[in-house]
Design a protein around this ligand. Sequence first.
Ligand code: HEM
Length: 437
Amino acid sequence: MTLETGTPTTGTGFPSTDELMRELSEVFAASKVSDIYPGLAQRRRDTPVMEGDLLAEFGAPSMAAGFDGSRAVYTLFRYDDVLAALKDDETFSSSPMQDALGPLLGTVITGLDGEEHRHLRALLSPAVARENFGLWQETIVDPVVTQLVADVAAGDGRADLMGFAVRFPIRIIYEVLGFPTDDLESYELFQARALTTLLGFGSTDPAMADKAMANMMRALESVQGLYDDMLPIVQRRRAEGAVGHDLIAHLLRAEVDGVRMTDHEVTVLARSLLPAAAETTTRSWSNMMVCLLNRPELLDAVRADRSLVPKVVNETMRFEPTSVANARLTTRDVEIRGVTIPAGTGVTLMQGAANRDEEVYADPDTFDPFRTGKPSLTFGWGAHMCIGMNLAKLEMVSALNAVLDGLPGLRADPDAPAPEVAGITLRGARALPVVWG
Ligand code: HEM
């Protein structure tokens, strides 16, 4: 059964979905930075291995610098250097991610190193294997985006598509995890908690430090609420034999070296997928829409030839990624381009700068869906490469096709400011004002 969506959040004790989205927009747009790329090009040229933390220069929190921002940090800008660091997970530890995300989410796979990481990844991998995607696309992704676009289409021919962008990834991961889809109240609570959890991640503006702390407290309450709701579902699914193709069933069945996960471990892992799967996809999709709405001829070409959709998704990931930086910690002295980075130093990997490296991409500041060549580093590389990449791409393709089908003549609202991408730590559209018909 498919849930009605777009319903106001009622009786959950949370602000309405629209109010939470307004708060998120405030947090997401907290940084006033829009075009970061000329600055990144200059660093790539002048100080490809920079002593210092570019994120700190923008006043953005940096995982590489540690909790109190006191750890020394270097920043890498060139494609080859960022790629080499991502590949060498022995020298470049992911522990800063665990330090930053652990207090909110417990053990996070992205923050583990070595054998511990390999073990957890092996348990998670079958759940997000390619074989599941056809089924998820048919039974979850396509119906969800079609329903949500129908909600938008029922309006008056004018909307801010950020409402759609925020809702569809949460709804999809809710169903992919295997939560009961016939319980509207549980879904509304899940969505409100998921959004509130995102509030704990998003603030990038030091002027909003008090607000960020209050949001963190709300996020902590929400993640506890998610845990308390998810654990009994996990326990029930195990008691029922862990059958089915949803993610929780896969995790319950997963076994590596004779070891299976406990109900607590499955719950913590499933919960940690929320911010990985929701916020990133929302913002990436919004960035793709900015690229298209500001290029009406390309938008028309894509509308007419849907084989271009996956190409537009790939080029968006290179050209306007949501996550422009990643964090690591050196475990030994390492020399890059004649600069020695000492052991125990934080490293900010600017994959956003690497994606526009002129030594790798011709005319890197042009949005060109027909580009061929090396893949971008937006989903990472090596041991920690995004395990949800194919699901994220599937969602982005499906959601773009759904708005093109369901909102005929879709274009930027001529009476609203042109949409733009803003932010530094995680970049996304401030708004997506559109008209159709
Ligand atoms: C467009 C959307 C997405 C982007 C841009 C993105 C980006 C990334 C990146 C850059 C990493 C590597 C982090 C690192 O090297 O430290 C990563 C890891 C990860 N992503 Fe995604 N992701 C997206 C969607 C998803 C989705 C939908 C899922 C859900 C299944 C997901 C689950 C994960 C997990 C579990 C990891 C950790 C893998 C590991 O450490 O072994 N991601 N993601």
